[in-house]
Design a protein around this ligand. Sequence first.
Ligand SMILES: Cc1ncc(C[n+]2csc(CCOP(=O)(O)OP(=O)(O)O)c2C)c(N)n1
Ligand SMILES: [Mg+2]
Length: 308
Amino acid sequence: MRLIRVFEERLHVEFATGEIPGFVHLYAGEEAIATGICLLLDERDRITSTHRGHGHCLAKGCDVHGMMGEIYGRKNGLCAGKGGSMHIADLSKGMLGANGIVGGGPPLACGAALAAKKLGTGGVAVSFVGDGGANQGTFLESLNLASIWSLPCVFVIENNGYAEATSCKYAGACHDFADRADGFNMPGVTVDGHDFFAVYEAATEGIQRARRGGGPSLIECKVNRYYGHYEGDTQSYRAPNEVERIRETSDCIRRFVSQVISAKLLTPSELEKVDREVAGLIDDAVSVAKSAPRPLGADLLTDVYISY
Ligand SMILES: Cc1ncc(C[n+]2csc(CCOP(=O)(O)OP(=O)(O)O)c2C)c(N)n1
Ligand SMILES: [Mg+2]
């Protein structure tokens, strides 16, 4: 969670310098979801992500330097600098891709889950989708397909209250998105997406069910994003002090720290060590990315087709 937070906070600063090309959508505030879920996954498992994908990539084990390089559009990036923030993918880590198409991930997750089922790998596919994405036909079709084929899939709705500037209270014809699971004959649960342990417990149940052949499930995580929809968003649709209040009362890292300290699971010095390591790693990733070469014109014609 700290790694994702610092990665995103640093990008917020660096993007403002104009050195990062394209669009960047930051995941800060939502870290407990990617972390609480991906901690339960291994090399058999696949995830699909969204346009707000950095947290999912990091939690599934993508290389920090490779991600930073990709976001800077440099050759050391995970996709050789040709994808950028919204197209980061690393098949070697089971990370099937961020996605510029809202609702683009769930059908891919069905495919990955079908492959796991047919090959008997024991793998599961987790599809992260936003509240806006959960209103897309692709999402609902995927729930249906996953259910009739009893696919090892977990659909995770990251309900951060907005799709761009549109409130989910306006755009979603339901109070809890998890209620939609009923219509597809699968379990659905709503959890506090700021609470690492609540996410972890819900995900444990869904992932175990999928692994033992029990079919798909749906987890809705209610959460907040700390920055705009994209870097540069003026956020005029948000209430004054909305984000400050959320940071004060619901921050997932602060909550995690107080939970693990009071339960004596970790010590303050162990947590400080994590913070120091993360700070050094991000500093290094940024400086390596800034000095890495950009792809050349000739690179445009490579990686277009792959051979099997
Ligand atoms: C099919 C499609 N429609 C519209 C867009 C434009 N768009 C990009 S992000 C976004 C909002 C997505 O909201 P949500 O799914 O809640 O994710 P969040 O940004 O809140 O994480 C929209 C409408 C798009 N990229 N793809
Ligand atoms: Mg949203």
